[in-house]
Each structure stands twice: as structure tokens, then as C-alpha cells.
Ligand binder design. Structure first.
Ligand code: GRF
Length: 216
């Protein structure tokens, strides 16, 4: 079976993209990163990809008259690079239902909370304000509603006394860098498949999709 051909969409730092690129350097990893695409010229991650010989593409949303035109250009670039599966990794544009439909069940996202809790922005601030004791991150298939969709895998981290939004975000980000490659691997191996509106996990992979990840 050939490798899953992945395109990664970013807007900034790109540390999750970097984690996927690093994971894919292992010859045994069942996915390859065909291109990294950013919607902003100053996206730091583009440089990282370029340095590793991965096509780094800029599709600046500001250069397009409409969201539809921008997204059509994104899809064109992805197809040009042979992509058949898309990972959103800190991509700060809300994708339209048309784009989601175009990439139905071939489009996933990582979100820094244990969904369905804390959708949207400022997740860490809100979690701390609520006094939750576990936080974490989720990889999910993308649906039209923001931060909703079949969940592939989740990792939980403890909330520690004295945490600030930044310290909690950093702990979660470390977990994200493990979770995203894991989720992509399971999908590429056919061990995580969308059935109805949930992700069914192959029995042999059951232990992998829920992690208590504690990086103090
Ligand atoms: C991550 O926290 C991710 O969960 C969220 O945006 C952030 C992106 O960070 N969707 P990076 O660009 O991957 O470093």
C-alpha cells in the first residue's frame, strides 16, 4: 500500500507541522508530507519546510477577491502537489462548507482542548477560569461547524497549581506534537475510520487514541 499523501495548512509558527514533518522522516511512517501551504507570507513554518526540501507554498488570502477564489487556489495547489489528505495545523482561516465537502473525511484539524469542551479561541484562559483539572488536545475530522467533527484521538494533561494560559498552552502543545503524528499514522494505516459521525478505531490501536500525557 502506498503512503498517504498529506498536505499541511498553516498560518504561523507551524510547530505541529514540524512534528508531522519530523515523524514522516521515519521510513516506516505511513504518510508523506507533499507540501506545506500557508495563507500568510510571514508564516514561520514555510521556512522550516523549505529547509527540509518540502514544497512550501504561499496562497495569500489577501490576494483573492473572495473566500471561494482563495480556497479554489488552495485546492489547486494541493492537487498539483499530489495531496489526497489535508491536515490543518494552526491554519487561522475558517474553511467554508464547500472546501470541507471537497475534502470530506480527508481533512483533519488539531485543537488545543478536550473537545467538545472549549471550542473556539482562548481555550486555555477559559479552562483556567473554570478551574478544570485536566486539559488537553484533540485531533478531529473537520465538519462545517467550528471545532466539531469525528474525534480521532485525544491527549490529556494535568492543570497544575500556578498555571498561566501560557504555561498550560506549552504543556498542551508538547502533547499536540505527539498526538498529531499518532492520529495521522492511525488514519494512514486504516486503523481510524469514520463510520457515521464517529471514528472507529481498530481494536489493536484502541490503547493509542486516548493518552494521559504529562509533561511537567
Ligand atoms: C496549536 O495550539 C493548535 O492546536 C491550534 O493552533 C496552534 C498552532 O500552533 N490549532 P503551531 O502553529 O502548530 O505551532
Amino acid at each position: 500500500m502506498g503512503k498517504l499523501k498529506v498536505g499541511i495548512l498553516i498560518s504561523g509558527r507551524g510547530s505541529n507541522m514540524a512534528a508531522l514533518v519530523e515523524a514522516a522522516r521515519d521510513p516506516g511512517f505511513p504518510a508523506e508530507v507533499c507540501c506545506v501551504l500557508a495563507n500568510r507570507p510571514d508564516a514561520k513554518g514555510l521556512e522550516f519546510a523549505r529547509e527540509r526540501g518540502i514544497p512550501a507554498v504561499l496562497v495569500d488570502h489577501k490576494a483573492y477577491p473572495s473566500k471561494a477564489a482563495f480556497e479554489a487556489a488552495v485546492t489547486d495547489e494541493l492537487l498539483t502537489h499530489g495531496v489526497d489528505f489535508v491536515c490543518l495545523a494552526g491554519f487561522m482561516r475558517i474553511v467554508s462548507p464547500t472546501f470541507i465537502e471537497r475534502w470530506h473525511n480527508r481533512l483533519i484539524n488539531i485543537h488545543p482542548s478536550l473537545l467538545p469542551s472549549y471550542k473556539g479561541l482562548h481555550t486555555h484562559e477559559r479552562a483556567l477560569a473554570d478551574g478544570v483539572k485536566l486539559a488537553g488536545c484533540t485531533v478531529h475530522f473537520v465538519r462545517a461547524e467550528m471545532d466539531v467533527g469525528p474525534i480521532v484521538a485525544q491527549a490529556a494533561v494535568p492543570v497544575l497549581a500556578g498555571d498561566t494560559p501560557d504555561s498550560l498552552a506549552a504543556r498542551i502543545l508538547t502533547a499536540e506534537h505527539h498526538l498529531y503524528p499518532l492520529a495521522v499514522r492511525l488514519i494512514a494505516e486504516g486503523k481510524a475510520t469514520v463510520t457515521g459521525e464517529v471514528v472507529e478505531i481498530a481494536p489493536e490501536a484502541a490503547d493509542e487514541t486516548a493518552r494521559l500525557f504529562s509533561a511537567r
